[in-house]
Each structure stands twice: as C-alpha cells, then as structure tokens.
Design a protein around this ligand. Structure first.
Ligand SMILES: C[S@@+](CC[C@H](N)C(=O)[O-])C[C@H]1O[C@@H](n2cnc3c(N)ncnc32)[C@H](O)[C@@H]1O
Length: 218
C-alpha cells in the first residue's frame, strides 16, 4: 500500500499524525500561508452538514472541532488515499456514524452519496499534477453531491505570490520531499476550474491560500 501512494499522501502515519494539528494547522497555516486558522474553522462551522464527505482527512481536526458539542445524528464519510489517516480520524470521531474509505480523489469516489457537504481541505496542494489535472477531483465530487449541496475547500496556491521567509522555507522543503506538490499552483487557474464546474461560487485568497465554496454544478 505505502509504495503505491504518492508522497503527498505517504507521510501520514503513527508518528506524524499526532504532530499534524500543531505543526501544520497551528504553525504553517497562519505563519507560513498567512491564513488565520479561525477563518478556516469558521468555514467548517458554517458548511459542515449532517451528511458530510471529507476527502483527505489527516486527523479530522476541523470536523472534530466543529462537532465538539454536537449530540444529534451525524453521518460522516472519511476518504483518504492513506488508510492511516482514515483510521486515525475515525477513532477520534467514533461517537458519530462514520464510514471510512480508502480512495484517490483523482478517481471516481468509492463512496455512497449523496452528500450535502463535501470538504477538500488542504488536499489539492498535496496532489501531483497541474491545477487542471487536480481539478478532476471536482468532477468526482459532483457525482456524489446532493442537489443544493456545497463543495468547499482550501489549497495553498503560491505561484506568482510573495511569501515570507518561513513560508518560502516550508514551501521549498515540502515540495522537495513531495509532501506538497504545489509550487506551480496558481489561484486564478484554480478559480477558473471551479467556476467552470459550478454556477454559484465564493472564492477568496487569504495569504497564499485559495478558499472556496461551490454550489450548483453546471
Ligand atoms: C494536508 S492533509 C489535510 C488534512 C485535513 N483535510 C486538514 O485540512 O487538516 C492532506 C490529506 O490528503 C490525503 N491525500 C493526499 N493525496 C490524496 C489523494 N489523491 N486522494 C485522497 N487523499 C489524498 C493525505 O493522505 C492527507 O491525509
């Protein structure tokens, strides 16, 4: 399994997953990519539905935090190329109705939809390929998105933008290791791919991060 998956999904294991929330979400996101974590959390707080699909889950941090006081029914499908991630996140979310699936966002999703919300948070910047190639994931998301549902996400799109020294160092190191594959990812190209597929979009750039909500597939 490990040999088959690309480096953008390979580094999530027993040693690294417990460090992920601190190193990536609390340090790299605000100080390297220039996005307040509270802004990303507020997207989950607003958009997570009772029938939610999360693609590229790592620790499931945003779902856990949004649902920390939730007691009602909640269905969550966790999909990731790396089963260490789905297992880790599912364990932390076990009080809910959770389905775990190993799957590649670039292939038809092996999940039972439809879903009222689909999140792709910090996923595309891990995946290999051009923005046009990565955007195939939207087509597969649309296949399992319920009418009226929302596909939302965030991805670091640094091409043509200035980063601070810390951001530059993290970008260079993680692209060298293959943990991120986004040195050429461009905000306008990602915006175009999303707008090409959805009629109702809200797409923002904070720091070097593209954040979107997309509804009504064309
Ligand atoms: C940077 S983490 C993001 C975790 C979480 N969504 C967040 O925002 O904190 C990226 C996750 O995407 C997964 N991943 C990478 N490439 C993937 C692919 N092609 N299909 C599905 N999951 C993938 C990795 O295994 C990892 O769990």
């Amino acid at each position: 399994m490990k040999e088959a998956i690309h480096p953008g999904a390979r580094y999530y294991g027993a040693l690294t997953l417990p460090l992920y929330d601190t190193a990536v979400l609390n340090i790299a996101v605000p100080y390297g990519w220039g996005v307040p974590l509270s802004h990303e959390r507020s997207m989950y707080d607003r958009l997570l539905s009772r029938r939610h699909l999360d693609i590229g889950v790592a620790t499931g941090y945003f779902i856990r935090r949004t649902l920390r006081d939730h007691t009602g029914p909640q269905h969550i499908t966790l999909m990731d190329l790396n089963e260490n991630a789905t297992r880790y996140a599912a364990e932390k979310l076990k009080r809910f109705d959770v389905v775990q699936t190993v799957g590649d966002a670039l292939q038809p999703f092996p999940v039972r939809g439809p879903f009222d919300s689909i999140a792709m948070f910090h996923l595309l910047h891990c995946m290999p390929g051009t923005i046009a190639e990565k955007a195939i994931a939207f087509d597969h998301a649309i296949d399992v998105l319920a009418p009226g549902g929302v596909c939302f996400g965030a991805s670091v799109t640094p091409a043509g933008r200035s980063l601070n020294p810390f951001g530059r160092a993290v970008l260079a190191g993680s692209n060298r290791s293959g943990a991120l594959n986004n040195a050429h990812d461009d905000h306008d190209a990602l915006r175009a791919e999303i707008e090409h597929r959805f009629t109702n979009t809200k797409i923002e750039c904070h720091g070097v991060m593209t954040l979107w909500e997309a509804r009504n597939p064309r």
